[in-house]
Design a protein around this ligand. Sequence first.
Ligand SMILES: *Cc1c(COP(=O)(O)O)cnc(C)c1O
Length: 387
Amino acid sequence: MGATVATGWALADMDSLSSRGLKRFLEPLDSPQGPLVRVGGETLVNFSSNDYLGLAASPSVRAAAIAALESHGVGSGASRLVVGDTTVHQRLEARLAAFERAEAALLFNSGYAANVGTLQALVGPEDAVFSDALNHASLIDGCRLSRARTVVYPHADVEALDRALASTPARRRLVVTDTVFSMDGDHAPLRELVGVCRAHGAALLVDEAHATGVLGSRGAGLCEELGLSDAVDVRMGTLSKAFGVLGAYICASRPVVELVLNRARPLVFSTALPAALCAAAGAAVDIVEHDDALRARLWRNIRRFSQGLRSLGFAAEPRSAIFPVIVGEPGLAVSAARALRSKGLLVKAIRPPTVPEGTSRLRFCLSAAHTEGHVDLALEGLRSLRL
Ligand SMILES: *Cc1c(COP(=O)(O)O)cnc(C)c1O
C-alpha cells in the first residue's frame, strides 16, 4: 500500500458527515436531461434540473454543437488569451451582448468561474464587498479570493445594507447579489438595491443564473423585467441553466470587460470553452430570445405548481421556476426524497452547507418541457407525504 495519511483524514471526515445525514453521492443518468430521465434502470420525472426550457437536448442546439465540432474539433488547446480563442467565441460574445442590450459581454467556462473571476478582478484588499446572506457559493468564494473586506447583510434587507454602506468606508465598494435566489426562488429587491448603491457611490454586480431565460419579456432576466439593465454595473448570466449548455458570461461596459479579461484568474489560467459549446449556446440564445411560447409554457407550469402547493397549505408564490419545500432536518429531507422516488419522482434533498442548518428541503425545479400531468404527479406525491 502507498500513502495512507489522507485516507485516514477521509475516513474520519466521511464518518462525521454520514452520522449527521450529510453524506452526498452520485447517481448517474443514462439519458439526456429532460422531463423524463433514466436512473438506475428506472424512468423518473425529473424535478431537479436547471434545464428550465428543455434546451439541453434540443435538436437545433445539438445540431449547432455538431457543426462546430466538425469545423473546430473538440478541445480548445489553451486559454483564450493564448491560442484558445476562436471566431465562434467572439460571435457568441457579440450575440450575448446584443441579447442583453449591453455594451460588451465576456465568456467564462462556468458561472462559478465567472463570479469568482469577476469579483477578484474588480476588488482587492483595500476594498469592501457587501454580499446578501443567501448568495450562491460562487459569489461567496469570489469574495474570499478577492481578499476584499466582506460584509454579509441579512437576506434582501436593503436597510441593513444601507447602514453597512454608511459605516464601511473603503477605496471601492461593490454590492453583490443573486437576482433569483438559487435555493428559495425569491427575488432580490433590485430596484431598492440600485437606489442604495447610487446613494453610496457603490457598484452593483448581479447574478442572473436562475433568471436568464425565465424572467423578462425576451428572457434577459430580472434586470430586463424591471427595466434596470442599464442601472447595474455587471450582470452575470449562465449558459448552463435555461440555455441548456455550459459556461457563463458577464455583461458590462467595455472598460469593465477589458479589465476582467486582463485580471480574472479563471480566464487567464484556464483553457477556453470548446467552440462546439459556444456554437450550441448561440443556438440556445436564438431560441430563448425568439421562442416566447417556450417561456409561456414554463410559466403555465410555474403557476399550476404554485396554485397546487398553496392548496396543500405551502406558501408558494409564482416568482421563478424554483420551489423549496422546507422539511427541516437533513435525514427527513432525504427520506422524503426517497418516498417521492418510489412514486417515480426525482427530487433531490438539499442539505447544509448548501442551505442554512435546519432548512433542509426538497427543491422542485420546473421546466417548459414538463406536461401538466408531470406537474400534477409532483403535487400528488407531495400530498401523499403529509408534510
Ligand atoms: C448554478 C449557479 C452558479 C454557477 O453556475 P455554473 O455554470 O453551474 O458554474 C452561479 N450562481 C448561481 C446563483 C447559480 O445558481
